[in-house]
Design a protein around this ligand. Sequence first.
Ligand code: GTP
Ligand code: MG
Length: 430
Amino acid sequence: MAATDLERISNAEPEPRSLSLGGHVGFDSLPDQLVSKSVTQGFSFNILCVGETGIGKSTLMNTLFNTTFETEEASHHEESVRLRPQTYDLQESNVHLKLTIVDAVGFGDQINKDDSYRPIVDYIDAQFENYLQEELKIRRSLFDYHDTRIHVCLYFITPTGHSLKSLDLVTMKKLDSKVNIIPIIAKADTISKSELHKFKIKIMGELVSNGVQIYQFPTDDEAVAEINAVMNAHLPFAVVGSTEEVKVGNKLVRARQYPWGVVQVENENHCDFVKLREMLIRVNMEDLREQTHSRHYELYRRCKLEEMGFQDSDGDSQPFSLQETYEAKRKEFLSELQRKEEEMRQMFVNKVKETELELKEKERELHEKFEHLKRIHQEEKRKVEEKRRELEEETNAFNCRKAAMEALQSQALHATSQQPLRKDKDKKKF
Ligand code: GTP
Ligand code: MG
């Protein structure tokens, strides 16, 4: 026998031995304990309604839960698709249900519908992320955590009788790995019986050929296998919604009244509303919650943790410890940080050098400018000085001339003042 086989045998857990009990012990009440615990805790169920504006989403929700949820009509002018969650506390017998209805407001109203699915995908991912963050916390409180993960997406198909729109196919394809999709044909009273039959076949064919995975009612539980298998063949359900009560015979029933007759919501010959309600609420609600956790959330969690660098085992199937992965990631992060720091430091040094050079160049230019101005100034000064000297010389020459003139003038004055005297003397002589 090979060594590894021996090891496997010695490591294998011993088979539990069966023992019969001598009397009643009480652990057969375990299921009751679980039921009682779950009932006290309450349940949450989150429905996402995707379908074009006015397709009958709110009416169907009101009809399904036999109540009136507060909703406002969406306009056809939303710039992009917007997710609007509303949570309600419902009670039936002693069971509390925290129901969240999320409306994809404005779906299909944009001219460019390329990214119509994105806000929906982002919303679903954000709920998974919130749950993952809660799980990763040191102090987790998953017991009273309000789980907002979407358990089912009711995809409302317009009753055109033709085929699925490409927007429907693209959106369902983007959502099918993230949420349980139940496609429904809305306003089924607006399409004839034979057209509806063909339309259903066409839709299922298109979903299959485009590889869109819709939710299949589970057939592994014997108790519901038969009914679920039958219901799977009825997909997509063709539904009619109405909260209006109409008297049929001597009974009040929910229906839509037309001049030519009455469409009864809960009449299985008129539409598949009862089938949808049975499958969604009465038979498979827990499976939808379970699938959300074990399939869709698990996939999100796995991708997210792998993205963060966590792995279960390496090539030799040696389990990776969380600590090792953390250390490796930490080292990787630190070296990346160091590299970035060095890069930034180098960038800073280069920038300083560049600025220094620029400043030096500026200084040199300024200096040159200053020298130039200084030279001009000196030249000007010299010219002014020369002018001043010339002016001084001219002033001196002028003063000299002035003095000479004055002297001449005084001589002349003196000469004229002497002449009458001589004349007088001459007169006296005569
Ligand atoms: P927004 O929230 O504004 O996008 O609309 P909605 O999808 O919630 O549609 P809503 O339930 O407000 O219904 C819009 C109109 O369609 C109303 O006049 C409803 O009476 C009508 N309607 C709803 N369900 C049905 C149906 O099954 N058949 C028919 N013929 N009309 C319906
Ligand atoms: Mg609405």
